[in-house]
Design a protein around this ligand. Structure first.
Ligand SMILES: *Cc1c(COP(=O)(O)O)cnc(C)c1O
Length: 254
């Protein structure tokens, strides 16, 4: 299933994706404050088929986001010929999936505990040993974002969608920075339900400044989904993770 004719999207779907991409790119441009660099667009293709990834690549997209290991692994294999694509893993991740993710991912946005950072670093080393044994070049260090849980008060004590507590950020940052296979690049967060995303992303911006005082290279801020991209951009997001505004609001009926 790596032949482009096997998983090409229908012409009307390509046109739909083209129009959505144009609209989102224009919106990003329009709401980015003057003097601020435009954030990078990561197109989140979860629930959607590899044919859409191939079409997006044809439309100039280089950054693809996925939130489940199995779905990402299978989809990546279907378009493995598109070597220019960077795969961003953005979902909660179990340690036993680290080896798989180290094979195809350019970055993991959801590093939220030391044990996961260690598993990912080990997986990168193993992957490089295997590549060297097979006469292939080593992979680049895996870009690691610390996912922060931005919920406050009582909410923050309930089980959530992953993320380290802000008070644990610097300990986790040191643990990531000390790993050979990982490159600490910044922070990621999802705006909590029921809170104005502007307030939440303002906090994220402050945490980013705090992180950069200790780790000056960790300047990326991955924030902003379809519903809150403007709030994220206005609060300094460097990377947006946009799914439904480009791919559509629900999985296609197949
Ligand atoms: C699905 C998802 C997105 C994209 O969300 P949309 O609302 O479809 O734009 C961004 N980030 C994470 C972590 C996601 O799981």
């Amino acid at each position: 299933m790596t032949n482009s004719s096997d998983n090409g999207a229908a012409p009307h779907r390509v046109e739909e994706l083209r129009a959505n991409l144009l609209r989102v790119r224009k919106h990003i441009k329009d709401v980015t404050p003057a003097g601020q660099a435009q954030p990078k667009l990561i197109v989140v293709t979860k629930f959607f088929p590899a044919s859409d990834v191939r079409a997006l690549h044809g439309l100039g997209v280089q950054d693809i986001g996925e939130n489940k290991e199995q779905e990402a692994r299978v989809k990546h294999a279907e378009v493995v010929d598109l070597t220019a694509l960077r795969w961003h893993f953005i979902g909660q991740l179990q340690r036993n999936k680290a080896k798989s993710v180290a094979r195809f991912a350019h970055s993991v946005h959801s590093v939220d505990r030391v044990s996961l950072a260690e598993a990912l670093a080990k997986a990168v080393l193993t992957e490089n040993e295997q590549r060297e044994a097979g006469g292939q070049p080593r992979r680049e260090p895996l870009q690691a974002y610390i996912q922060l849980d931005l919920r406050e008060g009582a909410q923050a004590d309930e089980p959530g969608r992953g993320g380290a507590k802000p008070e644990d950020m610097l300990t986790l940052a040191d643990a990531i920075a000390g790993q050979e296979g990982l490159d600490l690049v910044g922070l990621m967060a999802v705006a909590p339900l029921g809170e104005d995303p502007n307030r939440a992303f303002e906090r994220l911006h402050r945490y980013s400044a705090e992180l950069q005082r200790e780790h000056p290279g960790a300047s990326f801020v991955s924030a902003g989904m379809s519903q809150d991209m403007q709030a994220a951009i206005e609060n300094g997001a460097t990377h947006l993770r946009i799914g439904s505004d480009i791919l559509g609001s629900r999985p296609p009926v197949r």
